[in-house]
Design a protein around this ligand. Sequence first.
Ligand SMILES: *[C@@H]1O[C@H](CO)[C@@H](O)[C@H](O)[C@H]1NC(C)=O
Ligand SMILES: *[C@@H]1O[C@H](CO)[C@@H](O)[C@H](O)[C@H]1NC(C)=O
Ligand SMILES: *[C@@H]1O[C@H](CO)[C@@H](O)[C@H](O)[C@H]1NC(C)=O
Ligand SMILES: *[C@@H]1O[C@H](CO)[C@@H](O)[C@H](O)[C@H]1NC(C)=O
Ligand SMILES: [Cu+2]
Length: 578
Amino acid sequence: MRLSWTTLLLPCVLADTVTLNWSIGWKWLAPDGVGRPVVTVNQQWPAPQISLTEGDRLILHVTNNLGNETTSIHFHGIFQKGDNEMDGPVGVTQCPIPPGSTFTYDFRVDQVGTYWWHAHGGGQIADGLRGAFVIRANRPPYRDQITGSGDLVITTGDWFHDQAPYLIRYYQSVENNEQNGGAEPIPDSGLINDGQDIQMRVDADKTYLLRVVNIGNFVGTYLEIDGHDLTIVEVDGVYTEPYTLKTLYLSVGQRYAVLLKTKKSSDNTNYLIKCALDLNMFDDVPAGYDPNYYGYLVYNTRKPLPSKAPITDLTIFDDLDLVTSNANRYGQNREYENVDRQIILDMDFTTMSGVNRAIINNVTYVSQKVPTLYTALSTGKSASNPLVYGVNSIPFVIKHNDVVEVIINNHDSGGHPWHLHGQTFQVIARTPADGGLYAGQKLTARHPNPLRRDVVSVSEGAFVAIRFKADNPGVYLMHCHIEWHVEAGLTATMIVAPDQMQSRSSTIHIPGDHVDACRRQGIPTQGNAAGNTQDFLNLTGANTQFDLNPSGAVIDPSTLGPPGKQRAYWPKKKKDRH
Ligand SMILES: *[C@@H]1O[C@H](CO)[C@@H](O)[C@H](O)[C@H]1NC(C)=O
Ligand SMILES: *[C@@H]1O[C@H](CO)[C@@H](O)[C@H](O)[C@H]1NC(C)=O
Ligand SMILES: *[C@@H]1O[C@H](CO)[C@@H](O)[C@H](O)[C@H]1NC(C)=O
Ligand SMILES: *[C@@H]1O[C@H](CO)[C@@H](O)[C@H](O)[C@H]1NC(C)=O
Ligand SMILES: [Cu+2]
């Protein structure tokens, strides 16, 4: 092969810019046979998968054409290093995108693996705004084993027939608390690749990489492919040593990439893909409820499809048995042994104003007037004082490069999948259901290279301890990924190195279209949590009361100012991009 100048520059040349235009709208669809309005992308649903290669830059223009709801997009598992303003959670790194506005997410990915994207406000995930997000590695450690062409992707998860705003309003009502003990809305069905009885084509005698994402809203999901073993090689974007099992279990938000070895061509049979919703997470299981849903692994379209039969062994494998591979090029593979800062989150549910609310250290999360990142950037030296973020954002200010240990003490009688934005964390220790809360003991991981991921489950009456190095300045939510629990206030805010965020060398910068989204809705963009730009420690007017009549993402369009293009104004500097 003749080497040209461009081939020699390969590492630079390979990084592409991928530009996407998404119009968010409504469509009446029936993915499980029952019709309902679904939130779509460019009138498509299932919504598109985002596919990038490591090093690529994504420019995603989002236009809200919903008319009656705001929106936002979060890129689950992406670190957003140096561009925390692109993370997506409403009230944290941005204002909600109002109807009629276009809002741009623009960032580069240095990570690889299996992620997903989803709305981050008002329960809109449940109405369909979610999809897989895959970043292809140039040289993954399992590359020599892959012989099947193209990655296979399965999204799996629960599905509801009612729209999220109605479900949230009822869930967070006095009536629900009095009559049902504040029970969560339970799903009407489960979907695989946003459908049922879908067919996934494979060839015989091959090894495929299969990526699995739980894109659901509430319950964990089992997944099995009849007659086939699954070998985990990646968890939440982190390579692991190969680990073979029959039945995967994914809490909402979790991902696995597995090697799937197909049968010999002489086998010539089609197989069942079996999924089941985790009924243990329901407060009450209605009589006759069927948690099972299916798809097919199709070798030969001329052969019959197998008959349906549910998963029989519903044992949940222990993800702490997974060993992080040394092949990972970001994050630390070996256990962090010296902890600089320990944060204990005591979580529970309690009745407040007659409503079932989640509490962390006795406080329920309430979104503040000013997005928390905007407060971190505009309150000068006071930004290192957690008080400026408002007590109800449950703020923790963390020093740059501290090794942080977070203990989640689950006083509740149900399990919860906890997610941290902006980084993966090592899972150091966890007790089983009713295995006891943290009592100050010294903790050591099961393996020298402990499990590292970005969503971890903690059972009822148990704790989980995680560690991460705070080397990514920004504002990161740490929350239960059950959307209902987010609405009930089960969220804390990690504010990493506000001094670094404000420094001259920081690339965090609020673009004009992001500021404009706030202006159209009359949302302040500077000052403390209450919008006070004079006295940062005066929190008078900060939000302390949760919404007693929550409306999800629904908005009255008559309250909006006109759309307009604003220039980036603050901090006043140009973003430095590679
Ligand atoms: C996105 O939309 C803008 C404005 O409508 C248009 O100029 C641009 O070409 C579109 N880009 C792509 C990739 O479709
Ligand atoms: C929002 O508008 C869509 C499309 O008209 C409609 O189907 C849906 O019911 C509305 N949602 C709410 C919560 O009113
Ligand atoms: C917890 O919060 C409630 C209501 O905000 C308050 O009445 C109670 O005293 C607090 N308990 C503790 C132990 O701080
Ligand atoms: C705090 O701010 C509120 C309104 O923003 C104001 O009315 C009050 O006087 C301030 N309190 C102090 C002590 O300055
Ligand atoms: Cu939860």
